[in-house]
Design a protein around this ligand. Structure first.
Ligand code: AMP
Length: 430
């Protein structure tokens, strides 16, 4: 066993689990294309101000969870990205993509970093898939990102999900509500927990998000955001809900849902899974028209997006048995070297098969023939090609089907033709 351990809060993904990741990523990418989203990759780090400015200085993420460092003495601080939205918006604004095409639809599958206390479903390095739809403010745009997200879950076969949704109104609505909320909370300030006191000035809406049971009666009596919504916000929300209903998506309106980040307006949503225990949030998102303004754009850029935690998605799928336990697909052929002196010729033959697109393994550990065949069976190789002195002299090779044990003799070109006619090798995603 190695002296070294993986860093706490991070994890390795080995080939057997990698098959599951690839499968989920493939479904995400395929549906993204179906919905007209194109993939974007941004750097894993950004200048720290980007996150301070966009996510908001009063949030937990910026306040305590960022991995920030200063690579050059006296230089600017940079931060490992704790979420994707800010980086994507930065990239789109920097490249002025919206001038070329006024609606940008982007998706990603990316690693993120947050300095949280590691526990089940909470890591310091984790991944999300998500989408950002920039430049369209209509309720249809928000509905589209939600429908895309739910379609991914549906395609994966995931059950037991709960979609909660709310509207946070426009900026004026929230300003009025914030004042009302502070006026309500001020007399009970001493009874607020520490986190809520910190949020009181800058981000009182987040107090409603508190999971602390002692805060629940205070939260329950608070004025309701829905009483402060303009008719514009209400109409917008109803249209979003109508699109979801039209698509047959179940949701629950949750007036307390505010999400953690400063930049949301209008619709916000969250999906939880009954499989996930304490960390039951699978993903969420909403509309964030004012983010571009925060990042120096001269005007708002209507925007909506979501992010789903890949690790939690995989945990939920594993619990529901959605990955069929299949023997991993083996190579088409295992080249069995009969005598060690023939290894180099056999190695050339393996090369020829591979150049012909046939997945081929040769025993680099140079074990006995018996051990090679054992290895071929262990890897679920479909066939074994025997290479020895007689074969090399005659140019005729025995190819044994390792499932049926039947054997045929071919020239080397014949082997290639025969194996190429066998079923394709890389179809096994599940
Ligand atoms: P957020 O950006 O905080 O809304 O997170 C969106 C989703 O990402 C969550 O619902 C989780 O599925 C996932 N997620 C967030 N933080 C973590 C973490 N520290 N470890 C694993 N998954 C996370």
């Amino acid at each position: 066993m190695s002296h070294y351990q993986v860093v706490k809060g991070a994890r390795d993904i080995f080939p057997d689990e990698m098959v599951q990741w690839k499968y989920v990523e493939e479904v995400v990418s395929r549906l993204a294309v179906t919905y007209g989203f194109s993939e974007i990759r941004t750097p894993v780090f950004e200048y720290t101000e980007l996150f301070q400015r966009s996510i908001g200085a009063s949030t937990d993420i910026v306040g305590k969870e960022m991995f920030s460092f200063q690579p050059d003495p006296g230089g600017r601080s940079i931060t490992l990205r704790p979420e994707m939205t800010a980086g994507v918006m930065r990239a789109v604004l920097q490249k002025n993509l919206l001038a070329a095409s006024p609606v940008q639809k982007l998706y990603y599958i990316s690693e993120l970093f947050r300095k949280e206390r590691p526990q089940a479903g909470r890591q310091r390095q984790f991944s999300q898939f998500g989408a950002e739809l920039l430049g369209a403010s209509s309720p249809a745009a928000v509905a589209e990102v939600i429908i895309f997200m739910m379609h991914v879950f549906e395609s994966l076969g995931l059950k037991g999900l709960r979609l909660r949704i709310n509207t946070l109104g426009n900026r004026d609505d929230r300003q009025k509500y914030r004042e009302a909320l502070r006026a309500y909370l001020a007399p009970s300030f001493d009874r607020l927990d520490e986190a809520s006191r910190e949020r009181f000035e800058k981000n009182p809406l987040r107090i409603l998000d508190s999971k602390n049971p002692e805060m629940q009666d205070i939260v329950a009596g608070a004025p309701k955001l829905r009483d402060y919504l303009s008719s514009d916000a209400v109409d917008d929300f109803e249209k979003v809900l109508a699109y979801l209903s039209g698509r047959g998506i179940d949701f629950q309106i949750d007036h307390l849902l505010v999400r953690g980040l400063d930049y949301y307006s209008y619709t916000a949503f969250e999906v939880t899974s009954s499989e996930l225990g304490a960390q039951d949030a699978l993903g969420g998102g909403g509309r964030y028209d004012s983010l571009a303004l925060e990042l120096g754009s001269p005007s708002e850029v209507p925007a909506a997006g979501f992010a789903v935690g890949m690790e939690r998605l995989l945990i939920a799928m594993q619990k529901q048995g959605l990955f069929q336990q299949q023997a991993p697909e083996g190579p088409s052929v295992f080249v069995v070297v009969q005598q060690p002196e023939h290894f180099d010729r056999a190695f050339e033959i393996a090369g020829k098969l591979r150049r012909s697109g046939i997945s081929t393994v040769i025993d680099l550990a140079r074990r006995s023939m018996k051990a090679q065949l054992r290895e071929a069976n262990r890897m679920h190789a479909a066939s074994a090609l025997f290479v020895g002195g007689d074969e090399l002299a005659s140019g005729l090779y025995a190819l044994k089907n390792l499932v049926s044990s039947s054997q045929e003799t071919f020239s080397l070109d014949g082997v290639v033709t025969f194996l190429q006619q066998q079923t394709p090798v890389n179809g096994n995603l599940r």
